[in-house]
Ligand binder design. Structure first.
Ligand SMILES: *Cc1c(COP(=O)(O)O)cnc(C)c1O
Length: 434
């Protein structure tokens, strides 16, 4: 039985790993080494001319990360995957690679705060423009916002912190009509709830720090590509340019598309960005992500159930102005939730606190079971005042565009008993309004 035939729950535990190829170790080994011996001179030659693929020097990959790459590839049905040391490096490397030589990325106002700040500060310094679309919710109007130098559209499948959804298929159509790829940050959704590649996306990026690994104990990122995008359309010369480092055994320089026709992006990032900027995922961190991934479906299903209960509880609470959770009855994203998220919309939700700033702060200070910090997707339930923390980089007018009002509180539901979570919120509300 090949990995291809495995169901999701089986693949998250077994895909990409054969114990008999790793000294019969049941749990994937942590390959704690800086480099790998060549078997002989011919083997070195084969590795350097890509006749054989394998690890050489751990700055460009290690065996534990390679298992993780195979596993995520199987879960998303990607043609290639690359592990990196954070979600931010996954995003930055992907978009830097796509805009080599200049150009622009078209994106949405609904993004993780670190991404917004990266787009505002890092990319312009490399002469790359980030355009924020005005019409991301009406894809028929989006076409006009694509410029001749636009190299990709970048969106989040479930946005952080609001849980907003977008019509991914319609946005992918707009991208493809203009010869550019759609890049989806699928961090909040995880491969369990949503597969962007099945809905037209060409590239996926993850912060594996969040629900993907799920235990709040590692910073990690992943990049994947579908293998279906036509990189030969003239907009992406970086993939058809010939490099000496990609030479064949007769010393003939080749391009990424010649050597890796279905994985030019991941290999280009590995060979140029991992090799020279670093941000490689260490073997130990890759191991932690792999162990977390083994229970992904179980965790995200429970987090979703808990979030649904808490969303309904909050929707009826007198101290709550509004709740943003796409599967709620009155959510403006309900239709998209039904179309794209049959298993639910995950463990993240936001609500508007009805009260003064002082009461809001008192509420947070009195939370006892929820952890108060800037992470999501953990087995523990977390709560944070996003506008002042995770999205504190946004200037006042940017918060308005991103629809992140000052009274927003973000919850990331964990795996606890929902009654304990509701009791904790209730006692904190009581103290805030005492
Ligand atoms: C956390 C997060 C990131 C950044 O990931 P790190 O692993 O913290 O670098 C990117 N996108 C989203 C949606 C996130 O929630």
């Amino acid at each position: 039985m090949s990995t291809k035939d495995y169901g999701f729950d089986t693949a998250q535990i077994h895909a990409g790993y054969n114990a008999d190829e790793h000294n019969y170790s049941v749990s994937p080994p942590i390959y704690q080494t800086a480099a790998y011996d060549f078997k002989n001179v011919q083997n070195a030659k084969d590795l350097f001319t890509f006749k054989e693929l394998g690890c050489v020097y751990a700055r460009v990959g290690n065996q534990t990360a390679a298992i993780l790459e195979e596993r995520i590839k199987a879960l998303d049905g990607a043609s290639a995957a690359l592990a990196v040391s954070s979600g931010m490096s996954a995003i930055s490397y992907t978009l830097l690679s796509l805009t080599e030589g200049g150009g622009a990325i078209l994106t949405t106002p609904y993004l993780y705060g670190g991404t917004v700040d990266d787009f505002k500060k890092t990319f312009p310094r490399f002469n790359i423009r980030i355009d924020t679309a005005k019409n991301i919710e009406t894809p028929s109007e989006l076409e006009k916002e694509i410029k001749p130098d636009t190299k990709a559209i970048f969106i989040e499948s479930i946005s952080n912190p609001n849980g907003f959804l977008l019509d991914v298929e319609a946005i992918a159509d707009v991208a493809h009509r203009n010869g550019i790829p759609l890049v989806v940050d699928n961090t909040v959704a995880t491969p369990y709830l949503f597969n962007p590649l099945k809905h037209g996306a060409d590239i996926i990026v993850y912060s594996a720090t969040k629900a993907l690994s799920g235990h709040g104990n590692v910073i990690a990122g992943l990049i994947e590509e579908s293998g279906r995008f036509d990189w030969n359309n003239g907009k992406f010369p970086q993939f058809s340019k010939k490099y000496w480092t990609l030479r064949d055994e007769n010393n003939k320089p080749r391009s990424f598309l010649e050597v890796f026709p279905d994985a030019p992006l991941c290999f280009q990032i590995r060979r140029h960005y991992l090799a020279y900027l670093g941000s490689t995922l260490s073997a130990l961190d890759a191991y932690l992500v792999l162990i977390g991934l083994e229970t992904l479906s179980e965790r995200v299903a429970k987090q979703t159930k808990n979030a649904e209960k808490i969303a309904r509880f909050l929707a009826e609470n007198e101290h709550v102005k509004w709740v943003r959770y796409a599967s709620l009855k009155n959510s403006p994203h309900k239709k998209l939730a039904e179309k794209y998220f049959p298993k639910g919309v995950g463990g993240l939700l936001a609500f508007g606190f009805k009260g003064t700033q002082l009461q809001r702060e008192k509420f947070i200070d009195n939370i006892a079971l929820f952890h108060y910090h800037v992470n999501i997707g953990d087995v523990r339930s977390l709560l944070v005042n996003s506008p002042q923390t995770t999205h504190g980089e946004l200037e006042p007018n940017e918060k308005i565009t991103a629809d992140i009002p000052e009274n927003l509180i973000r919850l990331s539901l964990g795996l606890e008993d929902p009654k304990d979570l509701i009791e904790d919120l209730t006692q904190a509300f009581n103290k805030a309004f005492a």
